[in-house]
Design a protein around this ligand. Structure first.
Ligand SMILES: Cc1ncc(COP(=O)(O)O)c(C=O)c1O
Length: 465
């Protein structure tokens, strides 16, 4: 093992590990980025951005490092800021896993939760809040991973050359996800150039991400893909992403990605995170069409240990409508024969688009008393994500409202979520624990909304069991 004289020197040099149980023809190697000191591929970008800022004077000794992040970049920045004697402030959303937020705090970062579901340009967005903080704080510097050239540059300098050297130049395909695009742009650019264009670069992308042509709605998998707030007027792609390096995109849905990391853990003994599942599923698809002469490198951004409360938690899986490998979290023993939520929700989801039209145009929505989901308007190629649900109302409320009232004004928020395969009694107990005053819950199948259920209906059915 090499010896390092500082933490920063230990970044990179992550292993390539061959998968032995895929049954596919090409050699497939995974590059496990969680062996970086702070636990993910983002160590490389975080250190690179910090070093560049210190070199060009935008950050000085005693300064404050600020970032908006879905977790890993913040963790990298917090770790190397600590190492360099700098303070760090990380703005993040509560959808980021608790494990990641706890790690940030452990490195001494000041973690600020910003939960507003608004477009990036809105004054309450993560980005706007962080920018205001930087403007008001002397010595503060915003890392800006989405548009910072030091992010992809880290991968041109390190990740790409490592893959080339460690495969003796035999790599034929690189498969990686795209968040800021730094990883795939830098690594892909290096490998394409050094191989004279022989290495094919595959962008593994959540199916709803706009990079690969999805509708831009949210997804369960953190880190990978690009979603667009329904109210956003424009949403330019990050400057860190160079789409010209991509030879082909492979869209992967949440269920397939989650299954891929469960299988990887149980067949290969490798515990990887959700975006790794997107990359793996894409790689397997690409590998189907390849031969023994091909060598596929799949970049795995972080470890499954960051997701023990989500993709590897049976309760989370059933509550979000993923099958959870047939188990039902802590309710399995008690609720074995109880009805499942999906059995109750037989009517199709009734929806009205928020504010797109006045109530008169949606007043013919069927039974007066049943709930109507009010959705943020956006083009849709899949069932809505819970983030697309602005609230619920009734057809009766729509019918009786003044004609110039906007649909959104009638919507009450829906904060509770239940899984279609969850036992009614389990769901009632679970939701009451987190959202005591709930009245309606969205019903999720594979993370997408298939219905709304009233608390009274769910409680009744739980009691009957
Ligand atoms: C878990 C995870 N996967 C994938 C990515 C995407 O990497 P990049 O931003 O380099 O495109 C990130 C980025 O934050 C991440 O945290």
């Amino acid at each position: 093992m090499p010896r390092f004289e500082s933490l920063a020197d230990a970044v990179g040099g992550t292993p390539l590990i061959r998968l032995t149980r895929t049954g596919l023809r090409p050699r497939i190697y995974v590059k496990t980025e969680w062996t970086n000191p702070a636990g993910s591929v983002k160590d490389r970008a975080a250190l690179s951005m910090l070093q560049q800022a210190l070199a060009d004077g935008s950050l000085a000794a005693g300064g404050t490092v600020v970032e908006t992040t879905s977790g890993n970049t913040g963790i990298g920045l917090a770790a190397y800021a600590a190492h360099l004697g700098l303070r760090s402030v990380v703005f993040t959303g509560s959808s980021v896993s608790k494990e990641k937020r706890d790690v940030l705090a452990a490195y001494g970062a000041d973690v600020r939760l910003v939960d507003a579901f608004v477009p990036k340009s809105h004054p309450d967005s993560l980005r706007s809040v962080a920018e205001r903080f930087v403007a008001d704080t002397p010595g503060a510097w915003l890392a800006g991973q989405y548009d910072n050239p030091a992010n992809p540059a880290a991968h041109v300098r390190s990740t790409g050359p490592e893959i080339w050297a460690d495969t003796d130049g035999q790599v034929t395909h690189l498969v990686a996800t795209i968040g800021t695009g730094g990883t795939i742009s830098g690594t892909g650019r290096f490998l394409a150039d050094v191989s004279g264009g022989r290495v094919q670069v595959v962008g593994a992308d959540p199916a709803t991400s706009i990079y690969s042509g999805g509708d831009g709605s949210q997804k369960a998998i953190e880190g990978a893909g690009h979603f667009v707030h329904p109210d956003a007027e424009t949403d330019p792609w990050p400057e860190s992403f160079d789409p010209s390096v991509i030879d082909r995109y492979e869209p992967v849905d949440d269920t397939t990605a989650i299954r891929a990391i469960h299988d990887l853990a149980r067949t290969e003994g490798i515990l990887a995170g959700g975006s790794s599942g997107v990359a793996l599923a894409a790689a397997y698809r690409v590998a189907e069409g390849l031969t023994e002469d091909d060598l596929v490198v799949v970049l795995l951004p972080d470890s499954g240990r960051n997701y023990l409360s989500t993709y590897f938690d049976p309760t989370w899986l059933t509550a979000n409508g993923f099958d959870g490998d047939g188990s039902d979290g802590d309710g399995s023993a008690r609720d074995g024969d109880a009805p499942r939520v999906g059995d109750l929700v037989t009517a199709p989801l009734r929806t009205a688009e928020r504010d797109a039209i006045t109530v008169a145009a949606v007043a013919a929505l069927g039974p007066a008393d049943g709930p109507v989901a009010v959705l943020h308007p956006r083009p849709r190629t899949a069932a809505p994500h819970p983030a697309d649900v602005a609230g619920w109302t009734t057809a009766e409320a729509l019918r009786t409202a003044a004609p110039d009232t906007l649909v959104g004004a009638l919507a009450e928020p829906v904060t509770a979520r239940v899984g279609a395969g969850e036992h009614a009694a389990t769901a009632v107990r679970r939701v009451a624990g987190s959202t005591p005053d709930w009245r309606h819950a969205v019903v999720l199948d594979a993370g997408r909304v298939t219905g709304l259920v009233a608390r009274t209906a769910l409680e009744q059915s739980a009691e009957q069991a």
